[in-house]
Design a protein around this ligand. Sequence first.
Ligand SMILES: Nc1nc2c(ncn2[C@@H]2O[C@H](COP(=O)(O)OP(=O)(O)OP(=O)(O)O)[C@@H](O)[C@H]2O)c(=O)[nH]1
Ligand SMILES: [Mg+2]
Length: 291
Amino acid sequence: MNQKQNPSQHKSGFAVMIGRSNVGKSTLMNAMVGSKIAITTPKPQTTRLPIQGVLTRDEGQIVFIDTPGLFKNMKDRLTKKLNQSVMDSLEEVDVLLHVVDPTREIGEEEKYVMQILEKIDRPKILVINKMDLQRKPFYDFYKDLSDKYDDVVEVSAANQSHVKPLIEIIFKYLPESVDYYPAGQLTNLSNNLWLAELIREKLFLRLRQEVPYSTHVIVEEMDRREDGMLYIKATIFTTEDRYKRIIIGKGGRGIKEIGQSTRKELEAVMNCKVFLDLTVDVNPHWVEQYL
Ligand SMILES: Nc1nc2c(ncn2[C@@H]2O[C@H](COP(=O)(O)OP(=O)(O)OP(=O)(O)O)[C@@H](O)[C@H]2O)c(=O)[nH]1
Ligand SMILES: [Mg+2]
C-alpha cells in the first residue's frame, strides 16, 4: 500500500465479473488490464478459479475478479466447485459486471445470475460483449434488461473496443481508498499457477469432448539455469488411463504439440529459451485434492 496516496482523492476497489460460460469474461478482463492474465478458449468452463487482474492508474486501482462461468442444473463435482467459487467471490465486491453474449438466447444461467445479482446491494453494470459480431439475434432482449442495472455498456473484448469507457464507468462506482496492490503487480496468480493455466489452455485448445475437463495441471519446478534457459517441470493429471493415452497421442505426438505450443508462447513472453518437461499422470481425485 502506498502511504503517499490520499484516500480522499484516490479510488480503489473490487469489480467482479460474473456471467455464464463463454461470454468473454476472461477476454474482457485481459483487455482491461492490458495483459494476458486469464486463459481464454472457445470451450465452456475454461476459467476454474477466481483470478484477479489489477489495473493501476493515477486516479486509483481496479482489482478485477474474473470468475468461472455459472452453470445451472449441472451436478458434477467440477461444476459444483466452480459455482461455489463464484459465490465466494461475491463476498467482498464494490461493483458487479454482468457480462452477456448477444449471440446466445437468455437462458437458465442468465436468469440465475440475475437472481444472484438482485440479492447483492451493490452497483451493477450490464456489459454486452461481442459487439463486433454481425449477427447478434438476442441483442434486443439483453437491451430490454437495462433498467435492472445502474449502467449498460456495449463492448468488444476481442477487438478491445469501448473498453476505455467501461473502465471510466467502473471508477465512478469505486469507493475512496488507497490501492490494494503495489503499482506494477498485475495479478494475484503466482508464476507457477499462471504457467499451469497456460498449459491447461493448450490442452483445452487441442483436446475434444470430455477429455479437457478430465485434466488438471501442476507446475512442480521452475528454475533459471546458468545458461539463461528457463527449466520447467509440470504434470498433467487426468482421471482415467484412456484419457492419458489420448493426451499423449500416437507416438507421443499429442503431448509434444501441447509442449511446443506452450513453449512458443512462453519464450515470446519471457524473452528466453524454455525447456518444458511435461508428464501425464492418472489421478481420479484431483477435483477434491486441488480445487
Ligand atoms: N467475436 C468475439 N469473440 C469474443 C469476444 N470476447 C470473447 N470472445 C471469444 O469467446 C470465447 C470465450 O471467451 P472467454 O473469455 O474464455 O469466455 P469466459 O466467459 O471467460 O468463459 P468461461 O471461463 O468458460 O466462463 C473465446 O473464443 C473468445 O475468443 C468478443 O468481443 N468478440
Ligand atoms: Mg473465463
